[in-house]
Each structure stands twice: as structure tokens, then as C-alpha cells.
Design a protein around this ligand. Structure first.
Ligand SMILES: [Zn+2]
Ligand SMILES: [Zn+2]
Length: 343
């Protein structure tokens, strides 16, 4: 099969590799759509643990397709079934897994991160992931490309749940990339007054075209005046900028929730935070990472029921052969989601 494999820093190659086959308990998915993510960009430009010229890996963790091959002992799936796949799965037996948080399992695995993923014609789903229900059948009214970008949406939903956003809340999202815009879309859906801030005026204006109800904030400090110096009820940082994290604590209202969604590069740690502001304003400060399988299924429902339309976030569709073009767009932050569509 055709696949794009990462061999090291800035080294991805389109090549023919052996097509995987489903052994006992496994399933092979024929990929229909696979979206390029900021994580792919980070791994390719910065390198990734365990991936080198001796150990190449197929990336791609945001995908959907059809069940192509079913291993012995697997029940509940049929050939040709339309499915999306939640890429994070845990050991299944530790307390985090039993609580439904396989994505927080100390022994967690992720398709397209530390095992072969979806920038290929076929993807092998390990027995452990089949068993834990990570292969999610999708309704006919969800397109494969929508289902592919359900993955980042589910991670955003994890942050959304922690932000405890209520109708009428003032929500400030910092970062107008695909993740920040998804945060805006969920907050709008919940009936919040949403402000979006970014250093790029162009990105802000593009976001407004997709979601006209958004309020653009060109200068982050203006949120104080706009709220009569109360501050924002919820602030979500969807960017890797340390000073934004410090700032968010200052701009939060009494009783506010601050979610550090975007990770910070290790070289920028630790980030100075005024903990007295957390104390005297009774802030709830949280980070979130990845998504639980339940959250993944929940956001699939948002898409299929039509309460949330993610299609506007897809800015470019490319074939697998044009992967490097899509990667380049993602690297330069041009457009939002670049999705590989298989013929
Ligand atoms: Zn991703
Ligand atoms: Zn576990």
C-alpha cells in the first residue's frame, strides 16, 4: 500500500509498504480521510521519540474510513462499515482506564503517534483498541472528512467540559488556529458571549467569516474594559505562548475558569503565574490533554445531529501523494484543517 512514513526530523517519504492484515482480535480500516494536525507538524519538525531512520512510522491520528478486514474473534463489526477511530487507548485495567480515562493511562498508546497511523491506504487497529471500543460506527449523514476532524473536536470538548461554560458567560479564547476556533464553536453552541484573540489580524478575520457571532479582540487587554473590568468567566489558551498563560490568570473574573489547552515547549517552562490571583479570585485553573473515548463519541453525536457544523474548518483537501503540500500549509499556518482524501 501507499503510505507516508516519517524517518526523522523533516524527513517524510511517500513509499510502498506492506499492507497490514488483521490477526486475531484486530481490524484493518481502509482509510477514507485523514486530517493533518499541529501534532504531526510538531513531530515532523521537532522529531519524535522512537522514530528514526531505522524505525520509521506512519503518522496520522485524525481519521475515518471503512472496515476492510476483520480478524478472528472480533464481533460487532462488519465489512464495509463506516467508522471513525478514537486514536488513544489505555491498558484497560488500571484505575484511569476503568474510570473511562484511557487517554490518561500511564501505559496509553496512540495510533499515528507511537504506532502506525492513517497517512496510508490502510491502518491496522490493535486488538486492545478493538476491545475497548475505539472503533466507532458513524451515521451515513457524517462525511468521512467530518469524522476525521472529530478527533481534535473531542479534545477541545474535553477542555470545554473543564471550563464549565454556561449560557451568557463571557468566554475568551486565545489562538485562532483550528483548535481555538473549535473552542469558539463549542462555546457559542453553549450560549456564551465569545471573544477570540490572536496576534494575527488576518486569522481573526478569517475566523469571523466562519462564525459570524464571534467577537474579535485585537488587543487581549481590552477584555477588561469590555466587561466593565470584571474579566472573563472562562479563558482558554489555545496557543503555546507562556505569557498568554500568565495573562489569562490576570484577565479572569472572580470565580473564573482558566484552561491551559495548548502545551508549552519544554524550553519555556516553568511559566510565572501569580498564584495570589488564583487564591483571591477563587479561580479554577486546569489543563486538559487528548480526550476520553466517551467524549469522542459525544462530539460525533454533535456532528451527526447537526448541532455543530465542523465542515467550514476544512480548508484544503489533498491526495496522499500531495501530503508534503498539506504539511507545508499546516507548518505555515495557512488555512485551518488540511485533510488527506483517499481515492
Ligand atoms: Zn490531532
Ligand atoms: Zn490503563
Amino acid at each position: 500500500m501507499l503510505a507516508v512514513r516519517m524517518y526523522g526530523v523533516d524527513d517524510t517519504r511517500l513509499e510502498n509498504v506492506e499492507t497490514p492484515h488483521a490477526k486475531y482480535g484486530e481490524i484493518v480500516i481502509k482509510i477514507a480521510a485523514a486530517a493533518i494536525c499541529g501534532t504531526d507538524v510538531r513531530m515532523i519538525t521537532g522529531g519524535a521519540k522512537g522514530i528514526d531512520s531505522e524505525h520509521p512510522k506512519i503518522l496520522g491520528h485524525e481519521f475515518a474510513g471503512t472496515v476492510f478486514e476483520i480478524g478472528e474473534g472480533v464481533e460487532g463489526y462488519h465489512l464495509g462499515q463506516r467508522v471513525a477511530f478514537a486514536p488513544n487507548f489505555g491498558c484497560g485495567i488500571c484505575n484511569n482506564c476503568v474510570k473511562g480515562n484511557g487517554h490518561l493511562c500511564a501505559d496509553y498508546k496512540a495510533t499515528g503517534i507511537n504506532i502506525d497511523g492513517a497517512f496510508a491506504e490502510y491502518c491496522l487497529i490493535p486488538a486492545q483498541a478493538v476491545r475497548s471500543g475505539n472503533i466507532c460506527p458513524i451515521d451515513d449523514n457524517i462525511s468521512f472528512e467530518q469524522a476525521a476532524i472529530n478527533e481534535p473536536l473531542s479534545c477541545v470538548y474535553n477542555g470545554f467540559e473543564h471550563a464549565d461554560i454556561r449560557p451568557g458567560d463571557v468566554v475568551l479564547v486565545v489562538g485562532a488556529g483550528p483548535i481555538g476556533i473549535m473552542h469558539c464553536a463549542l462555546a457559542l453552541m453553549a450560549g456564551a458571549v465569545v471573544y477570540l484573540n490572536d496576534i494575527s489580524k488576518d486569522r481573526l478575520e478569517e475566523a469571523k467569516k466562519l462564525y459570524p457571532k464571534l467577537n474579535l479582540l485585537y488587543n487581549i487587554d481590552d477584555i477588561m474594559e469590555l466587561t466593565d473590568f470584571v474579566g472573563a468567566d472562562a479563558i482558554i489558551t489555545a496557543c503555546p505562548v507562556p505569557s498568554v498563560q500568565s495573562k489569562a490568570i490576570e484577565l479572569a473574573a472572580v470565580g473564573g475558569r482558566v484552561i491551559f489547552f495548548g502545551g508549552i515547549a519544554a524550553k519555556n517552562e516553568p511559566v510565572p503565574i501569580d498564584t495570589n490571583l488564583i487564591h483571591y479570585k477563587q479561580l479554577i485553573v486546569s489543563g486538559t490533554t487528548r480526550a476520553s473515548l466517551y467524549q469522542y463519541r459525544r462530539t460525533l453525536q454533535f456532528i451527526s445531529s447537526g448541532v455543530l457544523d465542523v465542515s467550514p474548518l476544512i480548508s484544503k483537501r489533498l491526495s496522499l501523494k500531495d501530503f508534503s503540500e498539506g504539511l507545508d500549509l499546516a507548518k505555515r499556518g495557512i488555512g485551518l484543517k488540511n485533510v488527506i482524501i483517499m481515492e
